[in-house]
Design a protein around this ligand. Structure first.
Ligand code: SAM
Length: 231
């Protein structure tokens, strides 16, 4: 048996590639985007009342990780990428039906547009449904998860003076908290856990329309080298 679903909208996100997106929502409050609703949901009626809500659940498709053959076990990056686990014990992107869920902050509501932050969503992500967060039902005080008990530890992020000035300039141009976005995402230490970075090795990612480059001057410390218009 199969059912058909279709997106109610698509996310325009600060994240232009999968690399360096936080593993869960809320880890980078400066990660912002706009959920653009499609017809018929782009009419004001569909979001009437939503301005009374601070956070929403988004159900979405991992559109850049869809696979034909379902996996029963996955290797979550959180466990270093070399321990496998039942797919239903994880929030891995490779999963049956490719459905993700994130609680995000709702900053502004307009007919056809929701301004959201604290996102972990790639640009272009198709959203299947939007539901208000209901604190009395969704907060579970007694909940435990021994696989992911705490937020991932943060590492230090420092800047070359010129890189910070570049980021501040682009932040002003974009009207976005770009310095905070870079600090919050890089503090999650986005490199694959199996890679031990030498100080010569440079990493890069695109946020909005800029390329950010960094290296690890010492283990557990990032230095941002450059923030330049995307090439
Ligand atoms: N909070 C969601 C959940 O629990 O279902 C997503 C968790 S998943 C571990 C987060 C990762 O999904 C991000 O780090 C990013 O690399 C990836 N991602 C986000 N949007 C995606 C998309 N549209 N297609 C494929 N991967 C995506």
């Amino acid at each position: 048996m199969s059912y058909q679903v279709s997106p109610v909208g698509f996310v325009r996100s600060c994240f232009k590639e999968k690399f360096a997106i936080p593993r869960q929502p809320q880890l980078a409050p400066a990660a912002r985007g706009v959920l653009e609703l499609v017809a018929p949901f782009d009419q004001g009626e569909a979001v009437q009342g939503l301005e009374q809500v601070s956070h929403v659940w988004l159900l979405f498709l991992f559109h850049q990780a869809l696979e034909d053959k379902p996996r029963l076990k996955v290797r979550p990056p959180r466990l270093g990428g070399n321990t496998s686990m039942g797919v239903f014990a994880t929030r891995a992107t490779h999963r049956p039906n490719g459905i993700g869920q994130s609680v995000v902050k709702l900053d502004k509501v307009e007919p056809g547009r929701l301004w959201i932050s604290g996102i972990d969503l790639l640009d272009g992500t198709p959203v299947l449904d939007i539901k208000p967060y209901v604190p009395y039902a969704d907060i579970v005080d007694a909940a435990t998860n021994a696989i992911a008990s705490d937020a991932p530890p943060l590492i230090g992020v420092q800047w070359l003076k010129a890189a910070l000035q570049q980021a501040q300039g682009h932040a002003q141009r974009l009207g976005e908290p770009l310095v905070e976005l870079i600090e919050q995402c890089l503090a999650q230490d986005p490199r694959p856990a199996y890679q031990v970075p030498t100080s010569e090795r440079e990493y890069g990612v695109r946020f909005w329309d800029v390329d950010v480059r960094w290296h690890y001057p010492e283990p557990g410390m990032i230095c941002v080298l450059e923030v330049v218009p995307a090439g």
